[in-house]
Design a binder for this molecule. Structure first.
Ligand SMILES: Cc1ncc(COP(=O)(O)OP(=O)(O)O)c(N)n1
Ligand SMILES: Cc1ncsc1CCOP(=O)(O)O
Length: 498
């Protein structure tokens, strides 16, 4: 699904357009003024004319690269391949709409109460339309208006989710709303734009006010992608040594992945050369997958010598919860205070965060307990151990203890080969070795590279299943590293607001 900027969401109403202007002209002006999302809301059109109009609006929104949402009518949305549909409480149930529309499309749901919002979140809405906040002549309201406090009460009762507020919003009260709430993603406006004599000017004014309170998610994504592209170039030009002490299941793949991105692996577990390697090292990757007492001792030595020399240390607590031995060592390594990046799967990080992680052997079992639980797990653990924490899973979460990012890239085949998580740790090692100014972004960049390489690998005609995927993944790490601008096209990163 595309990353959506909900900041200024135009909901159309052809009946409100001033008589000297046209409906499509008004939408075009609004797009020129910067609306970030458009909903075609036609209450009285028959299906045929609705579809015809929708195609015309879609042609306009495409020119501005703005997603188009269809109000109420999933059939119309499907017919014109719109980006999403908006449904109210009396429309088709969300679960059915999702079945028809699929996971890649945007589904928004109107909510007027905490309970409606909680149900919509639970059922997987992509965004909420919260309202009406104030009275409006545009729609005959059948439910109470929320006021600013009502909006805040709903937002406080649900996990972070994209949302827009609607109903009677103009420039001044919109500002008051954004000043007095936290967690609003954008404002949804009908008459304030559709009836404006100069829709472009109206939108410009609205957007410049909104930008003081709401960050465009694309800005954040672009900033990180830009960092990632430069970070990849640094790896290739500096070719850092990345010392791995990893498990004997993945050692060859990790070494090849490290080479594929332009770094240089050394896979030694010999305690007699740890200190010498540290002197020429770029970063240290410690992976607990097949830990033995001897290796644990050598890892502790390596942590100390690399830490003393200021090298980043990436720790992968494989199977952290699985046995007493692993639990004790996970704690010991983390409490050494030397870890720069803790990278684990969902079960491992949730266990460390005491937020319900489960492992079967070294595999993560069960979900992440929802986005809020996942985001808090990485954030709190990062604060506790003063490091970056990355939790890989269906969605990857990364935090430095202040900000939390979600990365929604990656192909399902990653879960079908052994060591894909370990490979992420290796690549985090490569990135942090030569991108020491921002370990948070360097970690996100590494995850982005592996997950996007996985998406590209799956699409190849020579990939028939996990075996061919495994070697294609290494090919694509190499290919994407050689053409990092590909990240701009594929990256799906967003900041999670808690
Ligand atoms: C963004 C957004 N929020 C709320 C609504 C209202 O939807 P609904 O409750 O289905 O009412 P109608 O728009 O169908 O009259 C919306 N359309 N968009
Ligand atoms: C569609 C809708 N749903 C709740 S209020 C509303 C209309 C908002 O229109 P306006 O922005 O003109 O007040």
């Amino acid at each position: 699904m595309v990353t959506v900027d909900y900041s200024l969401y135009l909901v159309t109403d052809s009946s409100l357009v001033p008589h000297d202007l046209t409906f499509l002209g008004q939408i075009e002006k609004a797009l020129e003024g910067g609306v970030t999302l458009v909903q075609l809301r036609e209450k009285d059109l028959d299906t045929g004319p609705f579809i015809e109009l929708a195609y015309k609006v879609k042609a306009l929104t495409r020119q501005f690269n703005v997603p188009l949402i269809i109000n109420d009518r999933i059939d119309v949305a499907l017919a014109i391949d719109a980006d999403g549909v908006h449904i109210g409480q009396d429309d088709m149930p969300l679960t059915q709409a999702r079945q028809l529309f699929g996971n890649d499309k945007i589904i928004g749901v109107s909510c007027n109460t905490i309970e409606e919002a909680q149900i919509a979140v639970h059922q997987g809405a992509d965004y909420l339309g919260i309202g009406a906040v104030w009275n409006t002549a545009t729609k005959k309201l059948t439910k109470k208006t929320l006021g600013i406090q009502g909006v805040q009460d709903i937002l406080a009762a649900i996990p972070p989710i994209p949302n827009v507020v609607i109903g009677g919003i103009k420039l001044d009260n919109g500002k008051e709303l954004l000043e007095n709430t936290t967690g609003v993603s954008g404002l949804s406006i009908v008459s304030g734009i559709m009836a404006a004599p100069d829709a472009k000017k109206a939108c410009k004014e609205l957007l410049s006010m909104i930008r003081n309170y709401v960050v465009n998610p694309m800005t954040v994504q672009n900033e990180i992608v830009e960092y990632a592209i430069k970070a990849i170039e640094h790896i290739k030009t500096k070719s850092p040594l990345v010392h791995h002490m990893t498990n004997n299941v993945v050692i060859n793949d990790n070494a090849n992945a490290t080479l594929a991105v332009g770094a240089s692996p050394i896979m030694s577990t010999n305690d007699e050369e740890v200190n010498d390697i540290a002197k020429i090292n770029g970063s240290m990757v410690l992976n607990m997958g097949t830990l033995s007492p001897k290796m644990a001792e050598t890892m502790s030595m390596a942590m100390k010598s690399n830490h003393d020399l200021g090298h980043p240390i990436v720790f992968d607590p494989v199977g952290a919860a699985a046995t007493e031995y692993r639990r004790v060592h996970t704690k010991k390594f983390l409490e050494s205070g030397t870890v720069t990046v803790l990278k684990g799967n969902t079960g491992e990080i949730l266990y460390i965060a005491e937020r319900g992680g489960k492992s079967r052997g070294v595999d993560s079992v069960g979900g992440n307990g929802g986005e809020e639980n996942a985001a808090l797990a990485v954030k709190e653990t990062a604060q506790k151990y003063n490091c970056i924490v990355a939790m890989t899973g269906e969605i990857d979460y990364v935090s430095d203890g202040h900000r939390v990012f979600a990365i929604e890239n990656g192909d399902n085949l990653l879960a079908c080969i052994t060591g894909s998580g370990c490979m992420v740790s290796s690549i985090v090692g490569c990135f942090t070795a030569v991108n020491r100014d921002n370990y948070l972004y360097a970690t996100i960049a590494a995850i982005l590279l592996v997950t996007i390489a996985s998406e590209k690998a799956t699409k190849r005609s020579d990939v028939q299943g996990p075996g061919t995927f495994r070697s294609a993944l290494i090919d694509e790490l190499y290919n994407v590293s050689n053409k990092p601008s590909i990240l701009e096209e594929y990256a799906k990163i967003r900041e999670v607001k808690l």
